[in-house]
Design a protein around this ligand. Structure first.
Ligand code: F6P
Length: 532
């Protein structure tokens, strides 16, 4: 005999938290509709949410299949995101190490779910879901009755109304977007995740599924629903709550991740399949040039994509600014300020190496903001004679120190950029110490080099990056809502717009040596280590 299937809606309410509370549930079983409710004198909203689920599950016999709908992320996530398993492993302690509250009700729920097959479904509350709204009414009526009142209603009218509401609810399948962060991390990623999740849920009732660790999570189906709670308190946090990876390419996927020598496998079909499993209508990829190129390849396979540009390098041509850049420049500027005082005290030539592979935006911006005497960028290969000339010119004026700001991708004219070899992998870096050594040889002045490295990618985003990331995230949701896929959001002047993804992944935005910004730096005496 087929197992019986139940459709359950639950909700809890409280007058004051803690205070008198109530709970309500609607149970649909084949042709019949049951309403149950109850109250407690001094309780909390969370307890009432749990109590409603406990009472409703008690109502259905063992062996049943249940679809339990609740607007409580607390209740639903607990089961869907594996919190309970973690609590049980950690002796009922939550991720902050605190004792889990309402252990008595959670224990009852665990017992009840052992004998029933329960699917937990999060519905949007605030009166947007008819049956959730009815549960809320039942809960409130129960508080008003001020006792453990129980209401049973099987009238034909009520039943007809529920059937019609249920049909509306079932027809209204929530739209879902997928979300991942790929490539090197940068400040502002969490701000954009928050903007997408909140913008989608609050305005359009769209759910967000976050894939962990960039494209790796997409291939391996490592994902979870992101709700309001998941993105609370992350606006000012560096890094990405989703994790990221700049080496997992679904089209050339290497199991083991770190082992570059392994032969890659094309796992793009798995990635597409996983999007289908989650019922995802479109994928939002937050990334730099590499991740957006992968996103573009998926769009060619028919996956609807929306790109959001991020990189501290600011080298994507389709947007005036990427978020992360301003924070990296701020960190580099603060470092140059600090180096300045020690350079001045010791009469040294201090070299500060900043990030920037193919484009010198960070070096130019932080170099100008920090008053660098010499700025070296990949766009303008340098010559030592020009560097020495500037240092000597300063000495003659009585300025016994100099500051050089160099992008990691800068290199001497006629030579190659400087790489460090680690195993089979070559990474840019080391031009700063090289310049410092040459200066000691050529000028007999003392010189020191500092490589800022990943410091520039860490920490809290600046207010500018937080706002830009939020604007990008909300715009991405607008595009999704309108079904406007295979576009990348961008900043043009002061306006947020979008460009076709295909256009967005072409080329690299580099510093124009004849630009007004470079001319301004020259006008205040900055040298670029070459004839200009
Ligand atoms: O693209 C951003 C960036 O920070 C570059 O400036 C830098 O060269 C590179 O990433 C470093 O990558 P990784 O974190 O893999 O060393």
């Amino acid at each position: 005999m087929a197992e019986k299937e139940y459709m359950i809606y639950t909700d809890g309410a409280c007058s004051g938290n803690p205070g008198p509370g109530g709970w309500g549930a609607v149970i649909l079983d084949g042709d019949s509709v049951q309403e149950i409710s109850g109250s407690a004198d001094e309780t909390t909203n969370q307890r009432m949410e749990l109590q409603a689920a406990v009472e409703a599950l008690r109502f259905v016999p063992s062996g049943s299949k249940v679809k339990l709908h609740s607007d409580s992320a607390y209740l639903v996530n607990c089961f869907n995101q594996g919190w309970i398993k973690r609590w049980l492993r950690n002796g009922w302690r939550n991720s902050k190490g605190n004792q889990v509250e309402n252990q008595d009700l959670w224990t009852q729920l665990i017992e009840l779910t052992e004998t029933k097959e329960v699917e937990w479904i999060k519905v949007k509350g605030h009166s947007t879901d008819q049956l959730n709204k009815r549960c809320d009414q039942l809960a409130r009526e129960a508080i008003d009755a001020n006792g453990n009142s129980r209401v049973d209603d099987n009238s034909e009218d009520a039943e007809a109304e529920y059937r019609s509401n249920l049909a509306k609810n079932q027809g209204r399948q929530m739209r879902r977007l997928g979300l991942l962060t790929g490539g090197g991390d940068c400040p502002g990623l969490n701000a954009v995740i928050r903007a997408v999740v909140k913008g989608a849920a609050y305005n359009y009732d769209i759910e967000s599924i976050g894939f962990n660790n960039g494209f790796k999570g997409l291939v391996e189906n490592d994902a979870a629903l992101l709700d309001d709670y998941a993105v609370s308190g992350i606006l000012n946090r560096g890094g990405t709550i989703l994790g990221t990876s700049n080496r997992d390419n679904p089209f050339d996927f290497r199991p083991g991740g770190f082992n570059y020598r392994e032969t890659g496998v094309d796992r793009s079909a798995d990635a597409v399949e996983n999007l289908k499993k989650w019922d995802i209508e479109g994928l939002v990829v937050i990334g730099g040039d590499g991740s957006l190129l992968l996103a573009h390849r998926f769009s060619e396979l028919g996956v609807p994509i929306i790109g959001i540009p991020k990189t501290i390098d600011n080298d994507l041509p389709a947007t005036d600014i990427t978020f992360g850049y301003d924070s990296a420049v701020t960190t580099a500027t603060e470092a140059i300020d600090k180096i300045h005082t020690t350079a001045e005290s010791h009469h040294r030539v201090m070299v500060v190496e900043v990030m920037g592979r193919y484009a010198g935006w960070i070096a130019l911006q932080a170099g100008m903001a920090g008053g660098g005497d010499i700025i070296l960028i990949p766009e303008l290969p340098f010559e030592y004679s020009y560097i020495v000339e500037k240092i000597m010119e300063r000495r003659q004026k009585g300025k016994k120190f100099s500051i050089i700001v160099v992008a990691e991708g800068a290199y001497p004219a006629g030579e190659e950029p400087i790489y460090q070899q680690k195993g089979d992998v070559k990474r840019l870096g080391g031009v700063g110490p090289l310049i410092s050594r040459e200066i000691e040889k050529l000028t007999e002045m003392e010189s020191r080099a500092t490589i800022l490295g990943h410091l520039q990618r860490g920490g809290s985003p600046t207010s500018y990056d937080r706002v830009l990331a939020t604007r990008f995230g909300v715009k991405a949701v607008e595009l999704f809502k309108d079904g406007c896929f295979n576009e990348m959001v961008c900043l043009r002047g002061s306006r947020i717009k979008s460009v076709p993804l295909e256009e967005a992944v072409q080329g690299t935005k580099r510093v124009d040596p004849s630009s007004e910004q470079v001319r301004t730096a020259l006008a205040v005496g900055t040298s670029f280590g070459c004839p200009l």
